[in-house]
Design a protein around this ligand. Structure first.
Ligand SMILES: [Zn+2]
Length: 601
Protein backbone atom coordinates (compact mmCIF):
# COMPACT_ATOMS: atom_id res chain seq x y z
CA UNK A 1 0.00 0.00 0.00
CA UNK A 2 1.58 3.22 -1.19
CA UNK A 3 1.61 5.83 1.58
CA UNK A 4 1.84 9.08 -0.41
CA UNK A 5 -1.09 8.15 -2.60
CA UNK A 6 -3.01 6.92 0.42
CA UNK A 7 -2.68 10.42 1.76
CA UNK A 8 -3.84 12.04 -1.46
CA UNK A 9 -6.74 9.76 -2.23
CA UNK A 10 -9.35 8.28 -0.02
CA UNK A 11 -12.01 5.74 -0.63
CA UNK A 12 -15.60 6.58 0.09
CA UNK A 13 -17.07 3.28 1.03
CA UNK A 14 -20.68 2.63 0.36
CA UNK A 15 -21.36 0.26 3.12
CA UNK A 16 -23.08 -3.01 2.49
CA UNK A 17 -22.57 -6.39 3.91
CA UNK A 18 -23.31 -9.74 2.52
CA UNK A 19 -22.39 -13.36 2.83
CA UNK A 20 -20.27 -15.19 0.37
CA UNK A 21 -19.73 -18.66 -0.94
CA UNK A 22 -16.62 -20.66 -0.34
CA UNK A 23 -15.96 -23.40 -2.80
CA UNK A 24 -12.15 -23.46 -2.95
CA UNK A 25 -9.63 -25.21 -0.86
CA UNK A 26 -7.06 -22.56 0.00
CA UNK A 27 -4.81 -23.92 2.72
CA UNK A 28 -4.13 -21.75 5.78
CA UNK A 29 -0.88 -23.48 6.79
CA UNK A 30 0.61 -23.37 3.31
CA UNK A 31 -0.49 -19.76 2.97
CA UNK A 32 1.08 -18.77 6.29
CA UNK A 33 4.31 -20.60 5.41
CA UNK A 34 4.62 -18.54 2.24
CA UNK A 35 4.12 -15.34 4.23
CA UNK A 36 6.85 -16.50 6.64
CA UNK A 37 9.24 -17.14 3.74
CA UNK A 38 8.51 -13.81 2.06
CA UNK A 39 8.92 -11.84 5.29
CA UNK A 40 12.00 -13.73 6.51
CA UNK A 41 15.15 -11.70 7.33
CA UNK A 42 16.86 -13.00 4.15
CA UNK A 43 14.25 -11.12 2.11
CA UNK A 44 15.46 -7.83 3.68
CA UNK A 45 12.00 -6.34 3.73
CA UNK A 46 11.90 -6.73 -0.08
CA UNK A 47 13.26 -3.22 -0.56
CA UNK A 48 14.11 -2.05 -4.08
CA UNK A 49 17.81 -2.54 -4.75
CA UNK A 50 18.34 -5.17 -2.03
CA UNK A 51 19.44 -8.76 -2.59
CA UNK A 52 16.36 -9.70 -0.60
CA UNK A 53 13.88 -8.51 -3.20
CA UNK A 54 15.82 -10.44 -5.87
CA UNK A 55 15.51 -13.54 -3.66
CA UNK A 56 11.78 -12.94 -3.36
CA UNK A 57 11.47 -12.56 -7.15
CA UNK A 58 13.26 -15.88 -7.66
CA UNK A 59 11.09 -17.58 -5.05
CA UNK A 60 7.99 -16.45 -6.96
CA UNK A 61 9.34 -17.41 -10.40
CA UNK A 62 10.45 -20.83 -9.12
CA UNK A 63 7.01 -21.44 -7.68
CA UNK A 64 5.17 -20.41 -10.84
CA UNK A 65 7.50 -22.65 -12.83
CA UNK A 66 6.99 -25.62 -10.52
CA UNK A 67 3.23 -25.20 -10.97
CA UNK A 68 3.68 -25.50 -14.74
CA UNK A 69 2.52 -21.95 -15.45
CA UNK A 70 3.91 -20.29 -18.55
CA UNK A 71 6.47 -17.46 -18.27
CA UNK A 72 4.74 -14.16 -19.11
CA UNK A 73 7.47 -11.60 -18.59
CA UNK A 74 9.96 -10.20 -21.07
CA UNK A 75 12.82 -12.25 -19.61
CA UNK A 76 11.13 -15.55 -18.84
CA UNK A 77 8.96 -14.84 -15.75
CA UNK A 78 10.62 -11.45 -15.17
CA UNK A 79 9.77 -8.03 -16.52
CA UNK A 80 12.66 -5.80 -15.39
CA UNK A 81 12.35 -2.03 -15.00
CA UNK A 82 14.34 0.71 -13.30
CA UNK A 83 13.32 2.64 -10.20
CA UNK A 84 14.88 5.46 -8.21
CA UNK A 85 15.87 4.11 -4.81
CA UNK A 86 17.40 7.18 -3.24
CA UNK A 87 20.27 9.61 -3.55
CA UNK A 88 23.85 9.99 -2.45
CA UNK A 89 26.23 12.90 -2.04
CA UNK A 90 28.71 12.77 -4.91
CA UNK A 91 32.29 14.03 -4.74
CA UNK A 92 31.92 17.71 -5.59
CA UNK A 93 30.48 19.36 -2.53
CA UNK A 94 31.96 22.58 -1.21
CA UNK A 95 30.68 25.40 0.94
CA UNK A 96 32.79 28.48 1.53
CA UNK A 97 31.87 31.37 3.80
CA UNK A 98 33.50 34.70 2.94
CA UNK A 99 33.62 37.51 5.43
CA UNK A 100 35.35 40.85 5.12
CA UNK A 101 38.36 39.35 6.88
CA UNK A 102 38.76 35.98 5.18
CA UNK A 103 37.36 32.71 3.89
CA UNK A 104 36.30 29.58 5.68
CA UNK A 105 35.76 26.25 3.97
CA UNK A 106 33.09 24.19 5.77
CA UNK A 107 33.30 20.40 5.99
CA UNK A 108 30.46 18.34 4.57
CA UNK A 109 28.68 16.09 7.11
CA UNK A 110 30.48 17.91 9.90
CA UNK A 111 29.68 21.62 9.50
CA UNK A 112 26.98 21.37 6.86
CA UNK A 113 25.02 18.81 4.88
CA UNK A 114 23.02 19.05 1.66
CA UNK A 115 19.55 17.47 1.53
CA UNK A 116 18.81 14.66 -0.91
CA UNK A 117 16.14 16.79 -2.62
CA UNK A 118 18.52 19.75 -3.15
CA UNK A 119 19.27 20.96 -6.64
CA UNK A 120 22.77 20.06 -7.80
CA UNK A 121 24.37 23.37 -8.69
CA UNK A 122 27.03 25.93 -7.87
CA UNK A 123 25.60 29.07 -6.28
CA UNK A 124 27.00 32.10 -4.54
CA UNK A 125 25.58 35.30 -3.13
CA UNK A 126 24.91 37.47 -0.12
CA UNK A 127 22.85 36.15 2.78
CA UNK A 128 19.40 37.23 3.91
CA UNK A 129 17.72 36.02 7.09
CA UNK A 130 14.11 35.04 6.34
CA UNK A 131 12.91 33.81 9.74
CA UNK A 132 11.18 30.47 9.43
CA UNK A 133 10.88 30.90 5.66
CA UNK A 134 7.10 30.89 6.00
CA UNK A 135 4.50 32.66 3.89
CA UNK A 136 1.24 31.93 5.69
CA UNK A 137 -1.59 33.98 4.23
CA UNK A 138 -4.06 32.20 6.50
CA UNK A 139 -2.26 33.59 9.59
CA UNK A 140 -1.44 36.95 7.90
CA UNK A 141 2.22 36.19 8.45
CA UNK A 142 5.04 36.40 5.88
CA UNK A 143 8.75 36.09 6.65
CA UNK A 144 9.43 37.36 3.11
CA UNK A 145 7.31 40.48 3.43
CA UNK A 146 9.30 43.52 2.21
CA UNK A 147 12.44 41.37 1.87
CA UNK A 148 14.54 41.32 -1.28
CA UNK A 149 15.82 37.76 -1.73
CA UNK A 150 16.14 37.71 -5.51
CA UNK A 151 19.32 35.78 -6.41
CA UNK A 152 20.31 35.75 -2.75
CA UNK A 153 20.83 32.92 -0.29
CA UNK A 154 18.20 32.77 2.42
CA UNK A 155 19.05 31.63 5.93
CA UNK A 156 16.00 30.13 7.64
CA UNK A 157 15.08 28.29 10.81
CA UNK A 158 13.69 24.80 11.19
CA UNK A 159 10.05 24.43 12.36
CA UNK A 160 7.72 27.45 12.44
CA UNK A 161 6.73 30.45 14.56
CA UNK A 162 5.29 29.43 17.90
CA UNK A 163 1.57 29.88 17.75
CA UNK A 164 0.97 28.62 14.20
CA UNK A 165 -0.35 25.39 15.59
CA UNK A 166 -2.78 27.11 17.96
CA UNK A 167 -3.99 29.40 15.16
CA UNK A 168 -4.50 26.43 12.85
CA UNK A 169 -6.83 24.75 15.31
CA UNK A 170 -4.99 21.43 14.93
CA UNK A 171 -2.48 19.82 17.21
CA UNK A 172 1.09 19.63 15.95
CA UNK A 173 3.09 21.59 13.45
CA UNK A 174 1.51 23.00 10.30
CA UNK A 175 2.54 22.51 6.71
CA UNK A 176 4.79 25.58 6.98
CA UNK A 177 7.24 23.58 9.09
CA UNK A 178 7.88 21.12 6.25
CA UNK A 179 11.27 21.55 4.62
CA UNK A 180 9.83 21.02 1.12
CA UNK A 181 7.29 23.79 1.74
CA UNK A 182 10.14 26.09 2.83
CA UNK A 183 12.17 25.14 -0.25
CA UNK A 184 9.32 25.78 -2.70
CA UNK A 185 8.47 29.06 -0.98
CA UNK A 186 12.09 30.27 -1.15
CA UNK A 187 12.29 29.28 -4.81
CA UNK A 188 9.02 31.02 -5.64
CA UNK A 189 10.43 34.18 -4.03
CA UNK A 190 13.44 34.06 -6.35
CA UNK A 191 16.09 32.93 -3.84
CA UNK A 192 19.09 31.05 -5.14
CA UNK A 193 19.70 28.74 -2.21
CA UNK A 194 18.46 27.93 1.28
CA UNK A 195 20.60 27.49 4.37
CA UNK A 196 18.64 25.83 7.15
CA UNK A 197 19.56 26.25 10.81
CA UNK A 198 18.26 24.15 13.69
CA UNK A 199 17.91 27.31 15.77
CA UNK A 200 16.66 26.90 19.32
CA UNK A 201 17.42 23.53 20.87
CA UNK A 202 15.65 21.79 23.71
CA UNK A 203 17.58 21.36 26.97
CA UNK A 204 20.45 18.94 26.46
CA UNK A 205 19.74 18.59 22.75
CA UNK A 206 22.73 18.65 20.41
CA UNK A 207 22.93 20.81 17.30
CA UNK A 208 22.93 17.87 14.92
CA UNK A 209 22.89 17.85 11.15
CA UNK A 210 19.97 16.02 9.54
CA UNK A 211 20.92 12.55 8.31
CA UNK A 212 21.24 12.65 4.52
CA UNK A 213 18.27 10.96 2.84
CA UNK A 214 16.05 10.95 5.92
CA UNK A 215 13.66 13.63 4.65
CA UNK A 216 11.42 12.74 1.73
CA UNK A 217 11.07 15.02 -1.23
CA UNK A 218 11.22 15.23 -4.97
CA UNK A 219 14.32 14.19 -6.88
CA UNK A 220 15.20 17.88 -7.32
CA UNK A 221 13.19 20.57 -5.54
CA UNK A 222 14.64 23.20 -7.87
CA UNK A 223 16.77 25.12 -5.38
CA UNK A 224 20.01 24.39 -3.51
CA UNK A 225 19.11 23.38 0.06
CA UNK A 226 21.68 22.72 2.79
CA UNK A 227 21.80 22.73 6.56
CA UNK A 228 24.57 24.55 8.48
CA UNK A 229 25.25 24.17 12.19
CA UNK A 230 24.03 26.89 14.54
CA UNK A 231 27.54 27.50 15.88
CA UNK A 232 28.81 28.48 12.44
CA UNK A 233 25.86 30.74 11.64
CA UNK A 234 26.10 32.42 15.05
CA UNK A 235 29.05 34.52 13.82
CA UNK A 236 26.96 35.74 10.90
CA UNK A 237 24.33 37.06 13.30
CA UNK A 238 27.08 38.68 15.36
CA UNK A 239 28.41 40.42 12.24
CA UNK A 240 24.92 41.90 11.88
CA UNK A 241 24.95 43.01 15.52
CA UNK A 242 22.43 40.35 16.55
CA UNK A 243 22.26 36.89 18.07
CA UNK A 244 20.50 33.86 16.66
CA UNK A 245 18.62 33.09 19.86
CA UNK A 246 17.48 36.70 20.35
CA UNK A 247 16.16 36.94 16.81
CA UNK A 248 14.31 33.65 17.18
CA UNK A 249 12.85 34.76 20.52
CA UNK A 250 11.75 38.02 18.90
CA UNK A 251 9.80 36.13 16.21
CA UNK A 252 8.25 33.72 18.67
CA UNK A 253 7.15 36.30 21.22
CA UNK A 254 6.02 38.89 18.71
CA UNK A 255 3.47 38.65 15.96
CA UNK A 256 5.58 39.90 13.10
CA UNK A 257 8.66 38.57 11.31
CA UNK A 258 12.21 39.68 12.13
CA UNK A 259 13.81 39.23 8.73
CA UNK A 260 16.88 41.21 7.67
CA UNK A 261 19.80 41.24 5.24
CA UNK A 262 23.23 40.27 6.61
CA UNK A 263 26.11 42.70 5.87
CA UNK A 264 27.06 42.66 2.18
CA UNK A 265 30.60 41.55 3.03
CA UNK A 266 29.20 38.18 4.12
CA UNK A 267 28.85 35.81 1.19
CA UNK A 268 28.49 32.09 0.73
CA UNK A 269 29.63 30.06 -2.26
CA UNK A 270 28.29 26.51 -2.42
CA UNK A 271 28.58 23.64 -4.81
CA UNK A 272 26.13 20.82 -4.20
CA UNK A 273 26.25 17.50 -6.02
CA UNK A 274 23.54 14.93 -5.44
CA UNK A 275 23.41 11.74 -7.41
CA UNK A 276 20.22 9.77 -7.74
CA UNK A 277 20.62 6.06 -7.10
CA UNK A 278 18.67 3.57 -9.18
CA UNK A 279 17.99 -0.15 -9.16
CA UNK A 280 16.48 -2.68 -11.50
CA UNK A 281 13.54 -4.59 -10.07
CA UNK A 282 11.26 -7.18 -11.66
CA UNK A 283 7.58 -7.78 -12.04
CA UNK A 284 7.12 -11.56 -11.90
CA UNK A 285 4.48 -12.82 -14.32
CA UNK A 286 3.03 -16.28 -15.02
CA UNK A 287 0.22 -17.32 -17.31
CA UNK A 288 -2.45 -20.00 -17.27
CA UNK A 289 -3.90 -20.09 -20.80
CA UNK A 290 -7.65 -20.34 -21.31
CA UNK A 291 -9.61 -21.41 -24.38
CA UNK A 292 -9.50 -17.85 -25.79
CA UNK A 293 -6.90 -15.09 -25.77
CA UNK A 294 -8.86 -13.05 -23.22
CA UNK A 295 -7.65 -13.18 -19.63
CA UNK A 296 -8.13 -12.07 -16.02
CA UNK A 297 -5.28 -10.73 -13.87
CA UNK A 298 -4.84 -11.86 -10.29
CA UNK A 299 -2.18 -9.60 -8.83
CA UNK A 300 -0.44 -8.34 -5.71
CA UNK A 301 2.69 -6.30 -5.10
CA UNK A 302 5.54 -8.16 -3.42
CA UNK A 303 7.91 -5.26 -2.73
CA UNK A 304 8.01 -3.45 0.61
CA UNK A 305 10.12 -0.82 2.38
CA UNK A 306 13.34 -2.77 2.93
CA UNK A 307 14.95 -1.30 6.03
CA UNK A 308 12.57 1.62 5.97
CA UNK A 309 13.17 5.11 4.72
CA UNK A 310 11.03 8.21 4.83
CA UNK A 311 8.04 5.91 4.04
CA UNK A 312 8.49 4.23 7.37
CA UNK A 313 5.93 5.14 10.00
CA UNK A 314 8.44 4.18 12.68
CA UNK A 315 11.17 6.77 11.99
CA UNK A 316 13.18 5.80 15.07
CA UNK A 317 13.44 2.26 13.67
CA UNK A 318 14.68 3.17 10.20
CA UNK A 319 17.53 0.78 9.49
CA UNK A 320 15.66 -2.22 10.85
CA UNK A 321 14.07 -4.63 8.44
CA UNK A 322 10.45 -3.79 7.73
CA UNK A 323 9.21 -7.33 7.00
CA UNK A 324 5.88 -6.32 5.46
CA UNK A 325 4.07 -9.54 6.36
CA UNK A 326 0.65 -8.01 5.79
CA UNK A 327 1.94 -5.36 3.32
CA UNK A 328 2.13 -7.28 1.13
CA UNK A 329 3.46 -10.78 1.73
CA UNK A 330 -0.19 -11.52 2.55
CA UNK A 331 -1.41 -10.66 -0.96
CA UNK A 332 1.67 -12.15 -2.63
CA UNK A 333 1.17 -15.47 -0.84
CA UNK A 334 -2.49 -15.19 -1.81
CA UNK A 335 -1.56 -15.04 -5.49
CA UNK A 336 0.68 -18.09 -5.00
CA UNK A 337 -2.13 -19.98 -3.31
CA UNK A 338 -4.56 -19.11 -6.12
CA UNK A 339 -1.92 -20.06 -8.69
CA UNK A 340 -1.76 -23.46 -6.98
CA UNK A 341 -5.55 -23.83 -7.02
CA UNK A 342 -5.82 -22.89 -10.72
CA UNK A 343 -2.65 -24.51 -12.07
CA UNK A 344 -4.32 -27.75 -13.12
CA UNK A 345 -6.99 -26.00 -15.16
CA UNK A 346 -4.96 -25.13 -18.24
CA UNK A 347 -7.25 -24.40 -21.24
CA UNK A 348 -10.30 -25.44 -19.23
CA UNK A 349 -11.64 -21.96 -18.57
CA UNK A 350 -12.86 -19.68 -21.34
CA UNK A 351 -10.29 -17.07 -20.42
CA UNK A 352 -6.74 -17.33 -19.18
CA UNK A 353 -5.38 -16.06 -15.87
CA UNK A 354 -2.29 -13.90 -15.54
CA UNK A 355 -0.69 -14.21 -12.10
CA UNK A 356 1.13 -10.93 -11.51
CA UNK A 357 3.54 -10.11 -8.69
CA UNK A 358 4.36 -6.43 -8.97
CA UNK A 359 7.49 -4.61 -7.75
CA UNK A 360 7.87 -0.86 -7.13
CA UNK A 361 4.42 -0.43 -5.59
CA UNK A 362 5.65 1.27 -2.42
CA UNK A 363 7.57 3.76 -4.55
CA UNK A 364 4.41 4.83 -6.38
CA UNK A 365 2.60 1.91 -8.08
CA UNK A 366 5.59 1.74 -10.41
CA UNK A 367 5.45 -1.96 -11.36
CA UNK A 368 1.80 -1.92 -12.36
CA UNK A 369 2.26 1.45 -14.11
CA UNK A 370 5.14 -0.09 -16.05
CA UNK A 371 3.08 -3.16 -16.94
CA UNK A 372 0.12 -1.18 -18.32
CA UNK A 373 2.57 0.96 -20.28
CA UNK A 374 4.44 -2.04 -21.66
CA UNK A 375 1.97 -4.90 -21.26
CA UNK A 376 3.33 -8.41 -21.80
CA UNK A 377 -0.12 -9.60 -22.97
CA UNK A 378 -2.48 -7.58 -25.18
CA UNK A 379 -4.07 -4.97 -22.92
CA UNK A 380 -7.41 -5.02 -24.76
CA UNK A 381 -7.78 -8.73 -23.97
CA UNK A 382 -7.61 -8.10 -20.23
CA UNK A 383 -11.19 -8.33 -18.96
CA UNK A 384 -10.57 -7.59 -15.26
CA UNK A 385 -7.82 -7.08 -12.70
CA UNK A 386 -8.19 -8.48 -9.19
CA UNK A 387 -5.75 -6.94 -6.70
CA UNK A 388 -4.94 -8.11 -3.20
CA UNK A 389 -3.01 -5.69 -0.99
CA UNK A 390 -2.96 -6.31 2.78
CA UNK A 391 -5.42 -9.17 3.18
CA UNK A 392 -3.79 -10.82 6.18
CA UNK A 393 -5.38 -8.90 9.04
CA UNK A 394 -9.07 -9.64 8.69
CA UNK A 395 -10.69 -8.52 11.92
CA UNK A 396 -14.26 -9.25 12.97
CA UNK A 397 -14.65 -10.97 9.57
CA UNK A 398 -14.62 -7.60 7.83
CA UNK A 399 -13.23 -7.23 4.30
CA UNK A 400 -13.20 -4.13 2.10
CA UNK A 401 -13.76 -4.60 -1.60
CA UNK A 402 -13.02 -1.65 -3.84
CA UNK A 403 -13.79 -1.14 -7.52
CA UNK A 404 -17.17 -2.88 -7.27
CA UNK A 405 -18.68 -0.19 -9.51
CA UNK A 406 -16.04 -0.46 -12.24
CA UNK A 407 -17.30 -3.72 -13.77
CA UNK A 408 -20.88 -4.08 -15.00
CA UNK A 409 -21.19 -7.60 -13.62
CA UNK A 410 -19.30 -7.27 -10.36
CA UNK A 411 -21.98 -6.48 -7.81
CA UNK A 412 -24.31 -9.38 -8.68
CA UNK A 413 -21.31 -11.62 -9.15
CA UNK A 414 -19.95 -10.89 -5.68
CA UNK A 415 -23.37 -11.27 -4.14
CA UNK A 416 -23.94 -14.55 -5.87
CA UNK A 417 -20.59 -15.76 -4.62
CA UNK A 418 -21.65 -14.81 -1.09
CA UNK A 419 -23.73 -17.54 0.30
CA UNK A 420 -21.79 -19.71 2.72
CA UNK A 421 -19.04 -17.75 4.42
CA UNK A 422 -19.40 -15.44 7.35
CA UNK A 423 -17.17 -12.66 5.99
CA UNK A 424 -18.73 -9.22 6.16
CA UNK A 425 -18.04 -7.32 2.96
CA UNK A 426 -17.90 -3.57 2.71
CA UNK A 427 -18.12 -2.39 -0.86
CA UNK A 428 -16.73 0.73 -2.48
CA UNK A 429 -17.68 1.59 -6.04
CA UNK A 430 -14.56 3.53 -6.94
CA UNK A 431 -11.50 1.87 -8.38
CA UNK A 432 -9.08 4.52 -7.17
CA UNK A 433 -7.03 3.62 -4.11
CA UNK A 434 -3.43 3.54 -3.04
CA UNK A 435 -2.54 0.26 -4.74
CA UNK A 436 -1.81 -1.31 -8.11
CA UNK A 437 -5.35 -1.75 -9.42
CA UNK A 438 -5.47 2.04 -9.83
CA UNK A 439 -3.02 1.66 -12.76
CA UNK A 440 -5.58 -0.56 -14.50
CA UNK A 441 -8.57 1.74 -13.86
CA UNK A 442 -6.72 4.45 -15.72
CA UNK A 443 -6.66 2.06 -18.71
CA UNK A 444 -10.41 1.49 -18.32
CA UNK A 445 -10.04 -2.08 -17.16
CA UNK A 446 -12.57 -3.19 -14.50
CA UNK A 447 -10.91 -3.88 -11.15
CA UNK A 448 -11.65 -5.43 -7.79
CA UNK A 449 -9.48 -4.60 -4.80
CA UNK A 450 -9.42 -6.86 -1.74
CA UNK A 451 -8.17 -5.32 1.52
CA UNK A 452 -8.50 -6.20 5.19
CA UNK A 453 -7.82 -2.69 6.51
CA UNK A 454 -5.07 -0.49 7.94
CA UNK A 455 -3.62 -1.20 11.39
CA UNK A 456 -1.10 0.11 13.89
CA UNK A 457 1.75 -1.98 12.40
CA UNK A 458 1.30 -0.52 8.89
CA UNK A 459 4.72 0.44 7.45
CA UNK A 460 6.53 -0.48 10.67
CA UNK A 461 9.03 -3.23 11.59
CA UNK A 462 6.20 -4.72 13.67
CA UNK A 463 4.24 -5.85 10.58
CA UNK A 464 5.24 -9.47 11.26
CA UNK A 465 3.92 -12.88 10.18
CA UNK A 466 2.72 -13.94 13.64
CA UNK A 467 0.01 -11.26 13.50
CA UNK A 468 -1.50 -12.70 10.30
CA UNK A 469 -4.94 -14.25 10.46
CA UNK A 470 -4.59 -17.12 7.96
CA UNK A 471 -7.93 -18.75 8.84
CA UNK A 472 -10.02 -15.86 7.57
CA UNK A 473 -7.56 -14.97 4.79
CA UNK A 474 -8.09 -18.33 3.09
CA UNK A 475 -11.84 -17.84 3.26
CA UNK A 476 -11.27 -14.60 1.36
CA UNK A 477 -8.94 -16.41 -1.09
CA UNK A 478 -11.72 -18.90 -1.79
CA UNK A 479 -14.01 -15.97 -2.53
CA UNK A 480 -11.43 -14.43 -4.88
CA UNK A 481 -10.97 -17.81 -6.52
CA UNK A 482 -14.73 -18.11 -7.07
CA UNK A 483 -14.98 -14.59 -8.46
CA UNK A 484 -11.98 -15.15 -10.76
CA UNK A 485 -13.48 -18.40 -12.02
CA UNK A 486 -16.78 -16.73 -12.80
CA UNK A 487 -15.16 -13.82 -14.62
CA UNK A 488 -12.88 -16.19 -16.52
CA UNK A 489 -15.63 -18.58 -17.48
CA UNK A 490 -18.73 -16.46 -17.98
CA UNK A 491 -19.95 -15.76 -21.51
CA UNK A 492 -20.32 -12.09 -20.68
CA UNK A 493 -17.24 -9.92 -20.37
CA UNK A 494 -17.66 -7.21 -17.69
CA UNK A 495 -17.99 -3.77 -19.25
CA UNK A 496 -15.89 -0.99 -17.72
CA UNK A 497 -18.00 1.56 -15.88
CA UNK A 498 -16.68 5.02 -15.03
CA UNK A 499 -17.65 5.58 -11.42
CA UNK A 500 -18.94 9.05 -10.71
CA UNK A 501 -18.50 9.25 -7.00
CA UNK A 502 -18.84 11.66 -4.18
CA UNK A 503 -15.86 13.89 -3.73
CA UNK A 504 -13.07 12.26 -1.82
CA UNK A 505 -12.87 13.24 1.81
CA UNK A 506 -9.73 14.19 3.62
CA UNK A 507 -7.18 11.44 3.49
CA UNK A 508 -7.64 8.58 5.88
CA UNK A 509 -3.94 8.51 6.68
CA UNK A 510 -2.82 12.07 6.10
CA UNK A 511 -5.46 14.11 7.87
CA UNK A 512 -6.57 17.54 6.79
CA UNK A 513 -4.49 20.04 4.93
CA UNK A 514 -4.52 18.97 1.31
CA UNK A 515 -6.23 22.16 0.26
CA UNK A 516 -9.34 22.45 -1.87
CA UNK A 517 -10.57 19.69 -4.16
CA UNK A 518 -9.08 19.58 -7.67
CA UNK A 519 -9.79 16.03 -8.81
CA UNK A 520 -6.79 14.79 -10.74
CA UNK A 521 -5.16 11.39 -10.27
CA UNK A 522 -1.43 11.97 -10.57
CA UNK A 523 0.84 9.56 -12.36
CA UNK A 524 3.63 8.82 -9.90
CA UNK A 525 5.81 7.07 -12.43
CA UNK A 526 6.83 10.01 -14.51
CA UNK A 527 9.77 12.26 -13.72
CA UNK A 528 9.83 14.94 -16.43
CA UNK A 529 8.95 18.52 -15.56
CA UNK A 530 5.32 18.86 -14.56
CA UNK A 531 2.65 16.58 -13.07
CA UNK A 532 1.14 14.07 -15.45
CA UNK A 533 -2.46 13.10 -14.76
CA UNK A 534 -3.09 9.41 -15.21
CA UNK A 535 -6.77 10.29 -15.00
CA UNK A 536 -9.22 12.95 -13.88
CA UNK A 537 -12.10 12.12 -11.55
CA UNK A 538 -15.45 12.38 -13.32
CA UNK A 539 -17.46 15.37 -12.13
CA UNK A 540 -14.46 16.96 -10.39
CA UNK A 541 -13.35 20.58 -10.86
CA UNK A 542 -10.54 19.35 -13.13
CA UNK A 543 -13.01 17.40 -15.27
CA UNK A 544 -15.41 20.36 -15.47
CA UNK A 545 -12.54 22.51 -16.73
CA UNK A 546 -11.93 20.01 -19.53
CA UNK A 547 -8.71 18.53 -18.17
CA UNK A 548 -8.01 14.92 -19.12
CA UNK A 549 -5.86 11.92 -18.35
CA UNK A 550 -2.51 12.36 -20.10
CA UNK A 551 -2.38 16.12 -19.50
CA UNK A 552 0.83 17.37 -17.88
CA UNK A 553 0.25 20.25 -15.45
CA UNK A 554 3.06 22.84 -15.72
CA UNK A 555 1.53 26.02 -14.28
CA UNK A 556 -0.98 26.65 -11.47
CA UNK A 557 -1.95 30.33 -11.19
CA UNK A 558 1.32 32.26 -10.89
CA UNK A 559 3.29 29.20 -9.77
CA UNK A 560 5.35 26.95 -12.03
CA UNK A 561 4.74 23.25 -11.36
CA UNK A 562 7.73 20.94 -11.64
CA UNK A 563 6.41 18.00 -9.67
CA UNK A 564 3.73 16.72 -7.33
CA UNK A 565 5.24 18.60 -4.39
CA UNK A 566 4.84 21.93 -6.19
CA UNK A 567 1.28 21.04 -7.14
CA UNK A 568 0.36 20.02 -3.59
CA UNK A 569 1.95 23.21 -2.23
CA UNK A 570 0.09 25.42 -4.72
CA UNK A 571 -3.19 23.67 -3.96
CA UNK A 572 -2.69 24.09 -0.22
CA UNK A 573 -2.15 27.81 -0.73
CA UNK A 574 -5.47 28.11 -2.59
CA UNK A 575 -8.98 28.49 -1.27
CA UNK A 576 -12.29 26.84 -2.02
CA UNK A 577 -14.02 28.90 -4.71
CA UNK A 578 -10.78 30.19 -6.24
CA UNK A 579 -10.79 30.19 -10.03
CA UNK A 580 -7.28 29.20 -10.98
CA UNK A 581 -5.86 29.45 -14.45
CA UNK A 582 -3.81 26.35 -15.07
CA UNK A 583 -1.60 25.41 -17.96
CA UNK A 584 -1.21 21.81 -19.10
CA UNK A 585 0.68 20.22 -21.95
CA UNK A 586 -1.59 18.04 -24.05
CA UNK A 587 0.34 16.00 -26.61
CA UNK A 588 3.12 18.53 -26.10
CA UNK A 589 0.90 21.56 -26.85
CA UNK A 590 0.09 24.11 -24.15
CA UNK A 591 -3.58 24.31 -23.18
CA UNK A 592 -4.93 26.69 -20.54
CA UNK A 593 -8.04 26.10 -18.48
CA UNK A 594 -9.83 27.77 -15.58
CA UNK A 595 -10.45 25.42 -12.69
CA UNK A 596 -12.88 26.41 -9.97
CA UNK A 597 -11.71 24.74 -6.78
CA UNK A 598 -14.30 23.02 -4.61
CA UNK A 599 -14.65 21.88 -1.04
CA UNK A 600 -13.45 18.44 -0.03
CA UNK A 601 -16.05 16.65 1.98
ZN1 LIG B 1 2.64 -0.25 1.74
Amino acid sequence: MFRLLLAVLSASLWAASALLATTGTADPQRYLNDIKSLSAPAMEGRGAGTKGIARAAHLLADRYKALGLKPAGTHSYFQPFTVITGARINGHNHLTVETGSGKRELKVNQDYVPFSFSASAAVSGPLVFAGYGATADEFKYDDYSGLDVKDKIVVILRYEPEGFSAKSGHAGLTQHSQLITKAINARNHGARAVILLNGKLADGEEDQLTRFGSVSGPEDVGIVFVQVKNAIAESWFQAAGKSLSDVQKQINTGTSPASFAFPESLRVAANVGIQTTRATVNNVLAYLPGKTDEYVIIGAHYDHLGRGNFDSLAPSQIGQIHPGADDNASGTAGVLELARLFAGRQEQLQRGILFASFAGEELGLLGSAHWVKEPTLALDKCVAMLNMDMIGRIKDKKVFIGGVGTGSTFKPLLEQANSKSDLKLEYSASGFAASDHTSFVTKKIPVLFFFSGLHADYHKPSDTWDKINPTDAVVLLDLVSGVATQIADSSERPAFVTVVEDRPGPASGGGAGYGPYFGSIPDFGQTENGVRFSDVRPGSPAAKAGLKGGDVLVQFGDKPIRNLYDFTDALRRSKVGDEVEVKVLRDGQPVTAKVKLEQRK
